[in-house]
Design a protein around this ligand. Structure first.
Ligand code: A3P
Length: 305
């Protein structure tokens, strides 16, 4: 069994950054079906073509709302797949987000040998339909909304492809109303709540990963059917701590290393939230997520009070 990843894109990251440097902030996002997307990374022709993407039942699919720990779990999955298959595939220069792949690169996905690692930040309703009809296993990562919005704010300010998010108060209210790239956090959460008991879907939280990484590595490898020894599980967990990943971030993410690996903490929201904002988020969480299984899994009272 081999594993592989989408071929690198036609327009390298450097060219995208140069394009971003020349673009005005107000042109960096556009709206499609009520949701904001990056003009440079996910232009309409890319999202149009995605509808045709043919998933396979043995694909390894990773889904996360932005800033919930996607890059962390990509790295964990690559290590799991390498350890389990005995291969040591070179890291591609970008994460495997299908909505960043131009149409001609998407076309080439069909030529890739199994098992493909495919990721997305898209809302499930906007994911290629075959991701559900072909029933590949889908791992979904969530993070408490307070840390997510703070991480998102810093990320937007440091990533040239996205517009600046300043000032914080404005970004906070945009996040609350879903006026941020990839749309509303709560729309994503409620859509996955509907699939919570789907045997092909497994949800893990950022906080669970922080709490007991070896245990979560083991569960993820079992979910996707990649057998690992206990020694391999522990070694992967050791190489996947925030500190370890920050150290190799220049290699994995180039100049954006310190942008993707910023603090890696639970509770950083306390440094930015006002009391009123905290209360506002508590009320929104309660109104959207009260009584849901995903809401309970998130342990909001523990991490957001
Ligand atoms: P912070 O901005 O709070 O530091 P994504 O990959 O979805 O964009 O998520 C980025 C967030 O995950 C960042 O959060 C980043 O620091 C954190 N992260 C990345 N690798 C991590 C790791 N190994 N352990 C803990 N957090 C990590």
């Amino acid at each position: 069994m081999s594993q592989t990843e989408p071929p690198s894109q036609e327009r390298p990251m450097k060219a995208r950054m140069e394009l971003a440097a020349k673009m005005k902030d107000e042109d960096k996002l556009y709206k499609r079906d009520g949701i904001l997307y990056s003009t440079i990374l996910s232009p309409p022709e890319t999202l149009d073509k995605l509808k045709d993407l043919e998933a396979r039942d043995d694909d390894v699919v990773l889904v996360a709302y932005p800033k919930c720990g996607f890059n962390w779990v990509v790295a964990v999955l690559r290590k799991i797949m390498n350890a389990s298959t005995g291969k040591n595939e070179a890291l591609p220069d970008r994460p495997p987000l299908v909505e960043f792949l131009p149409p001609d690169v998407q076309q080439k996905l069909s030529e890739m040998p199994p098992r493909r690692l495919l990721g997305t930040h898209l809302h499930p309703d906007n994911m290629p339909a075959s991701f559900f009809s072909k029933k590949p296993k889908i791992l979904v990562v969530f993070r408490n909304p307070k840390d997510t919005v703070v991480s998102y704010f810093h990320f937007m300010n440091k990533n040239p492809v996205l517009p600046s998010a300043e000032p914080w108060d404005k970004f906070f209210s945009d996040f609350m109303s879903g006026e941020v790239p990839w749309g509303s956090y709560f729309d994503h959460a409620l859509a996955w709540e509907k699939r919570f008991d789907d045997p092909n879907v497994r949800i893990v939280t950022y906080e669970e990963l922080k709490q007991n990484l070896p245990e979560e590595v083991k569960k993820i490898s079992e979910f996707f059917g990649f057998p690992l020894t206990e020694e391999q599980v522990n070694s992967i967990a050791e190489q996947s701590t925030f500190r370890a990943m920050l150290e190799t971030s220049n290699k994995s993410h180039g100049n954006l290393g310190s942008v993707f690996f910023r603090k890696g903490e639970v509770g950083d929201w306390k440094n930015l939230f006002s009391e009123a904002q905290s209360k506002q988020m508590d009320e929104l969480f309660q109104s959207k997520m009260a009584g849901t299984k995903l809401g309970a899994q998130m342990k909001y009272d523990l991490y957001c009070q």
